[in-house]
Unconditional design. Structure first.
Length: 241
């Protein structure tokens, strides 16, 4: 596997242009807006008064949406450009979000503080993800809930490849490796790696959801692959110790 460190990954994300950060949107990009957000909000239910950690919050879109629903939100983001954008938005809008700039793998937050920890499309972008997962679980209260989404490890091939072939091709599934993407790399790991890591942290898995894109939206945006084959997976787990 090409050796990619956490520092390498963070450095790459820091190179994102201001335009790309701003264009991410107040509901996130296409994936988040049309596929992930509704599932996450459904799993959370009523968040009024709940303490939530947005782990790997990026430009803070989810932190802002959660705060507007009444949650008390802390966002953690390592990449300077994304953190600074989120912080500037908070200074302007004054929603009450606390942002911290830190690598989740070495972050030392308050233990047993949060009702929910959400890592939305984060763990597969962290080369040393298991300490990050551990720190997220440690931050949860007893019976608190971890919710995380991933690029589906079983069906990673892009929508563009689907349009060319009409199917998703799977290669070298068992080999953990760094895969080049438009900004840096993501780390392919078998799905069992994530599930077993959650179990080893003393959590009970509650939900495993492979969200399907609405057919009409899929056709409108030429994204039929995400109606036929899941591109993402969302897992929720309860801290049981």
């Amino acid at each position: 596997m090409e050796q990619v460190s956490n520092a390498d990954a963070i450095s790459t994300w820091e190179k994102a242009s201001q335009e790309s950060i701003e264009s991410f949107g107040d509901e996130g990009d296409f994936t988040r807006k049309y596929i992930l957000n509704a599932v996450i909000f459904s799993l959370l239910g009523d968040v009024k008064g709940k303490c939530i950690l947005d782990a790997g919050c990026g430009q803070g879109y989810l932190s802002r949406l959660l705060t507007k629903r009444g949650a008390l939100v802390t966002g953690v983001e390592p990449a300077d450009a994304w953190y600074r954008y989120a912080q500037r938005r908070e200074e302007t809008e004054q929603l009450g979000i606390t942002y911290q700039q830190a690598d989740l793998s070495s972050w030392t937050g308050s233990n047993e503080t949060f009702d929910y920890v959400i890592a939305n499309m984060v763990f597969m972008d962290i080369p040393d993800f298991q300490p990050a997962l551990h720190n997220c679980v440690q931050a949860l209260k007893h019976r608190g809930e971890l919710i995380f989404s991933l690029l589906h490890p079983c069906f990673e091939e892009t929508g563009a490849a689907w349009r060319e072939k009409g199917y998703v091709e799977i290669r070298d599934y068992f080999q953990e490796r760094a895969i080049k993407q438009s900004l840096g790399h993501f780390i392919h790991r078998p799905l069992s790696t994530y599930l077993n890591s959650v179990l080893q942290e003393g959590c009970t898995i509650r939900n495993v959801i492979e969200p399907q894109l609405d057919e009409a939206i899929a056709r409108q945006h030429n994204a039929e692959r995400y109606w036929h084959v899941p591109g993402y997976i969302i897992i929720s787990a309860s801290k049981t110790f």
